[in-house]
Design a protein around this ligand. Structure first.
Ligand code: PEP
Ligand code: MN
Length: 374
């Protein structure tokens, strides 16, 4: 297994450009005009920084009936972009059949392929893409592997191993965050320590941050790009559209080519990535804090139900015996968790004060029969 890992080509995607490497282009190709206009403007405003053009040709969608891409019809448009602007072309390959059709009909258009997040999680689909690459002698095509939708690092590593053990060694990764089941700031939660642990294990593999799919919102592209670079990723893949608001897919996260230029000029590229650890730890704290706040809100909801119960049963809001018991048991548990007793006492006194205050308001509301908002 180790040997195959060592075969990964050292940061070689068959392109001559300096790091960070920027891949930009629309989420999907919607028409010849849209993709050519996007490429022309990317070229005009970013010709020194963007050497690779990305475009979705087949779009795996969650719901049927949505726009699923133009398919092979779009490849000649990409050929025009390649010839006119000299950019390398990267597309997502959703399965072995499409790979076969693409490389049978158009041999020299697509330079780099990527495996989408949904596909990485499907080991048979990954294996059949690999088998087809071998059958068609496409082993030297660079492949970028997106992380799977779930934060299952083994699945992502497994995909790397699958490619390398079949002698496909020109590979890189794309980090696009993980599906979250609770509401969070970003569309896909970036657990930065996971790509960083992969980087430690496979130092030769290059990683692209995908701030567009992590953020799901163009307002977050800059901060997520900066974190990606601070993590020491070698590149960024950013969705760019000539008219982002009207895009047929991922409209909220695409930016114009001109805004890409501004964004890239504002990013700071450092050689030294010592502060990564701090970003990673802060990222963990952010996730934990959101959980704490959600739990406090859940606790308050239960407290509201208790207020109704107390009112119906003519019970007093503040019950000293229960308050004492809560404080004592929480302090005891806190001690077991190696937390300072006074700290837990302070926190719980504050929580209980707030809860009592809220219960008094609920009571007042019930008495006045008004809907007061708390
Ligand atoms: C994409 O890059 O357009 C895409 C569909 O991304 P993901 O596979 O990360 O959802
Ligand atoms: Mn997209």
């Amino acid at each position: 297994m180790k040997d195959t890992i060592n075969n990964i080509k050292d940061w070689n995607l068959g392109i001559d450009c300096k790091t960070p490497v920027i891949i930009a282009g629309p989420c999907s190709i919607e028409s010849e005009e849209q993709v050519l206009e996007t490429a022309r403007r990317i070229y005009l405003s970013n010709k020194d920084s963007v050497k690779i053009f990305r475009a979705g040709v087949w779009k795996p969608r969650t719901n049927p009936g949505c726009f699923e891409g133009l398919g092979l019809t779009a490849i000649p448009y990409l050929k025009k972009i390649k010839d006119e602007f000299g950019m390398k072309i990267a597309v997502e390959i959703p399965d072995a059949l499409r790979l076969k059709e693409l490389f049978t009909i158009y041999k020299d258009v697509v330079d780099i392929i990527w495996v989408g997040a949904r596909t990485t999680g499907d080991v048979f689909a990954v294996q059949s893409i690999i088998d087809m690459m071998c059958e068609m002698h496409l082993e030297n095509i660079p492949v970028l592997i997106k992380n799977p939708i779930s934060p299952d690092i083994k699945l992502w590593e497994g995909a790397i191993e699958r490619f390398t053990s079949n002698n496909i060694n020109n590979i890189g990764l794309i980090f696009r965050g993980f599906k979250n089941f609770n509401e969070t700031k970003y569309r896909n939660t970036p657990i930065w320590k996971l790509p960083l642990s992969i980087k430690k294990k496979y130092p030769n593999v290059c990683i692209f941050g995908d701030p567009s799919h992590i953020g799901g919102n163009r307002n977050y592209i800059k901060e997520l790009s900066q974190i990606s670079l601070d993590c020491g990723f070698e590149g960024l893949m950013i969705e760019c559209h000539c008219n982002p608001e009207e895009a047929w897919t991922d409209a909220s996260q695409q930016i114009t080519p001109e805004n890409l230029n501004t964004l890239l000029s504002e990013l700071v590229f450092k050689d030294n990535h010592n502060d990564v650890e701090l970003s990673v730890l802060r990222d963990e704290i952010d996730i934990i804090d959101r959980e704490i706040i959600k739990l406090l809100a859940d606790r308050m909801d239960v407290s509201r139900k208790i207020a109704d119960f107390k009112e119906e049963n003519c019970l007093k809001t503040y019950q000293p015996k229960r308050a004492k018991e809560v404080l004592e048991t929480r302090k005891e548990f806190g001690k077991k968790m190696k937390l300072n007793e006074n700290f837990i006492e302070d926190v719980y006194k504050r929580i209980m004060d707030e809860s009592i205050l809220m219960q008094d308001f609920v009571k007042l509301d019930l008495i006045l029969n008004k809907n007061m908002t708390w």
